[in-house]
Design a binder for this molecule. Structure first.
Ligand code: HEM
Length: 312
């Protein structure tokens, strides 16, 4: 997983990291975003029709071992699960193809993103940080949302509390280019749907660690399963802008089933070490031209190196 050659992307990645540290404070050894989490292991089994979409190796094999990380938003490693800022929740999945060879999906529980690129996202974070309770209206964030309808839409999208992290849908948000063995290409976005069905709580009166205790309890009873789908773009759909939704009637191709059956006994150690990569880097799944992808790959790598080098 290399850093991009473009110095502007690396500089922007560093500016964004600095902004996260400023907002949430330093928590050495933890992620500056999606800091609270848990790692699990399991398997992925492809659906029979998935080869029509991609020739990727985990679609050719009967079964691939996976590791996955559920997470809460924010850079606060102990954020109570009842805080609205815990949403959107994250699900990152690593398909382990061979020793040190893998491809990942990084997804979250809201279908969309507030900014088209990293510059806009940095502006959004800075405006939010400069809008404390003591700041008179119109606050910088109100001005930003007034001129950025996609960010306003994202902020206003309902983000209900799931009863379980295993009962929410997760979205890959950015599009990828999928190529099958005949060389046919289609653009699509991941959608990861819980087998147990979506289920949300009526209020946020839940224990601080509700979601992680619930997972530990649930997995002792039975495995957690999700269907991984790809929402396919129509020829005219925009594929390089994560703020633009595609109509709900777009075809969903089933990629396969993710089954998680245990929590890693050394979950904290593994979370510190693992660096998920938003770029698939595998034959048959390539990034779209969405500017978020290369930037995020740079940020997650820089941030992961910082985390790994933090003293225990
Ligand atoms: C400019 C846009 C974005 C920025 C600056 C950003 C920033 C970050 C940072 C700094 C981390 C911590 C990485 C690490 O230390 O390993 C992170 C993790 C994460 N981000 Fe983003 N992010 C962006 C877009 C997105 C989008 C579009 C999604 C939804 C698909 C997303 C979902 C996640 C998730 C789920 C994690 C946790 C991954 C893990 O478990 O390691 N992010 N993000």
């Amino acid at each position: 997983m290399p850093l991009p050659n473009d110095d502007r992307i690396v500089a922007l990645a560093n500016d964004l990291l600095a902004q996260f540290h400023k907002i949430f404070g330093p928590h050495p050894g933890f992620r500056p975003a999606h800091a609270k989490g848990l790692m699990l292991s399991g398997t992925f089994k492809p659906a029979s029709g998935a080869t029509s979409l991609t020739k990727a190796p985990h679609i050719q094999r009967e079964s691939t071992p996976v590791t996955a990380r559920f997470s809460n938003s924010t850079g606060l490693p102990e954020i109570p699960d009842s805080k609205p800022e815990s949403n959107p929740r994250g699900l990152a999945i690593r398909f382990n193809l061979a020793d040190h060879v893998h491809t990942d999906i990084v997804s979250h529980s809201t279908d969309g993103f507030p900014a088209r690129d990293g510059y806009e996202f940095l502006e959004f974070l800075r405006a939010a940080a400069a809008s404390g309770p003591e700041v008179p209206s119109p606050k910088p964030i109100e001005k930003f949302l007034g001129t950025h309808p996609a960010a306003l839409r994202f902020v206003q999208t309902p983000k209900p509390f799931p009863s379980s992290l295993a009962r929410d849908t997760y979205f890959g948000v950015t599009a990828f280019k999928f190529t099958n063995a005949s060389g046919e290409t289609r653009y699509g976005r991941y959608r990861i749907v819980p087998e147990a069905g979506n289920d949300y709580l009526a209020d946020d009166k839940i224990r601080d660690n509700h979601h992680y205790e619930e997972l530990e309890h649930r997995i002792k009873q039975s495995p957690i399963r999700f269907k991984i789908y790809v929402q396919i773009a129509a020829p005219d759909d925009v594929t390089d802008d994560a703020t633009i939704h595609w109509p709900e009637d777009r075809e969903l191709v089933e990629l396969g089933t993710l089954e998680l059956n245990s929590i890693l006994p050394d979950s904290l150690v593994q979370q510190k070490h693992v660096i998920f990569d938003p770029i698939p880097r595998v034959d048959g799944i390539e990034p779209s031209a969405d500017p978020l992808l290369e930037l995020r790959a740079a940020i997650y790598l820089l941030s992961g190196r910082e985390r790994r080098s933090a003293k225990a």
